[in-house]
Design a protein around this ligand. Structure first.
Ligand code: MG
Length: 390
């Protein structure tokens, strides 16, 4: 089998009204209008001479057409290759720019979308779900948490938490760090939330790097969260502050989680070597695709670190891909299922309408995957055509 075409498709859904930052970002007042002005994704569609079509997603946070252009530039490397030569293809793609400093960011996000599309093709060619190719199921169902309770005031927060409980979730995550200096307010909000959901529900907090280099504040928040029985403390510090994470982990009993901003096994290596994390959270559509995520998971396992896939502000394609990885990985902990969009008033059609997810059942916070070949998804072409740009 040979690859005959590679197509990158950028989808953009403008926000009808400007929104405030729904999660912590630095300089939120000035940046929210750029970062959160639209829902966006870049998809990769690869065709073979056997008329098989694979679909992948590249995570894009900004400039989604930049990622699209990178995929287009990589196309000549892919044409004529056998999709099953996945390790060689990955090395070729990585080799194109690695020694020019592009071993993170947009370039690896582009590679990720290609890699996921190739795994989708392999699954379809063998008439098997991708998780089978990844080593098969290590469990029948994947434990799942609702993500995320955002910065929307206490009343909305309580209502959303109740809604997740009513849906059957026994685990959920809340965003903190809107005003890093006013962290006592976060502690109060989380303690109010604890009262709403009760002691048996697994609660995580996600600061999205709010405390930056301020390890002392992060430590104080972490200890308060420990007292509130919070399951994990996610991304308190800047993503590359390995020493800061290692220090925090020694000082706190709460589990420390991070990794959604990191790329490839080489990026994750220092976090493992320094003992900086309890839980690692790569996004496979950012970090290098299935091919690389498997290696990061194996490294995590060697360091006794649990794997909790990030999905975040992706489309449904990345969510589907993460489910396949989750069910296959032996050191998988819990899967992030997106139940809330950036805007409270405008749903993200790329999350909700772009495809059906490969879910056979959801009960008591556990997802059972169906067993359709590949990623088990089909693109809604109406949505693709409606939001396609360029
Ligand atoms: Mg996060």
């Amino acid at each position: 089998m040979k690859i005959t075409n590679v197509e990158a498709i950028t989808l953009v859904v403008p926000m009808e009204r400007p929104i405030k930052a729904p999660i912590s970002i630095p300089h939120a007042d000035e940046l929210a209008g750029v970062v959160f002005k639209e829902y966006r994704t870049t998809l990769v569609r690869i065709t073979t001479d056997e008329d098989l079509v694979g679909v992948g997603e590249s995570m894009v946070r900004l400039a989604p057409t930049a990622t699209r252009d990178i995929v287009e530039y990589l196309k000549p490397i892919l044409i004529g290759k056998d999709p099953f030569d996945i390790e060689r293809i990955w090395d070729l793609l990585y080799g194109a720019m690695m020694n020019r400093g592009h071993y993170k960011g947009f370039f690896i996000e582009a590679v990720s979308g290609i890699d996921v599309a190739l795994w989708d093709i392999m699954g379809k060619a063998l008439n098997m779900p991708v998780y089978k190719l990844l080593g098969g199921k290590t469990k029948e169902k994947i434990w799942t948490y609702a993500s995320s309770l955002r910065f929307r005031g206490l009343d909305v927060l309580k209502a959303d938490a109740q809604r997740y409980l009513d849906m059957g979730y026994n685990a959920m995550k809340i965003k903190i760090g809107q005003n890093p200096m006013d962290y006592r307010k976060d502690i109060e909000v989380v303690s109010q939330l604890r009262k709403v959901v009760g002691d048996d529900v697994v609660l995580m907090v996600d600061a999205n790097c709010a405390y930056g280099e301020d390890v002392k504040t992060a430590l104080e928040v972490g200890k308060a969260m420990e007292d509130l029985g919070i399951f994990w403390f996610e991304e308190p510090l800047s993503p590359d502050n390995v020493e800061g994470y290692a220090y925090l982990r020694k000082q706190m009993n709460i589990r420390l989680a991070a990794g959604e901003a990191e790329f490839t096994r080489f990026g994750f290596r220092p976090f493992f070597v320094r003992g900086a994390l309890d839980i690692v959270q790569p996004n496979l559509c950012r970090t290098g695709g299935f091919t690389e995520a498997k290696k990061i998971a194996a490294m995590a396992s060697a360091f006794h670190v649990a794997y909790a896939p990030h999905t975040g502000s992706s489309s449904a394609i990345a969510m589907a891909a993460a489910m396949h990885l989750a069910v296959a990985l032996p050191n998988f902990l819990i899967y992030e299922h997106m139940e809330s969009d950036w805007s409270k008033d405008q749903k993200n059609p790329l999350r909700w309408d772009l495809t059906e997810l490969p879910i056979k059942s959801f009960k008591d916070s556990y997802i059972e995957l169906d067993d359709k070949p590949g990623l088990g998804i089909e693109l809604n072409e109406e949505i693709v055509n409606k939001y396609r740009v360029g």
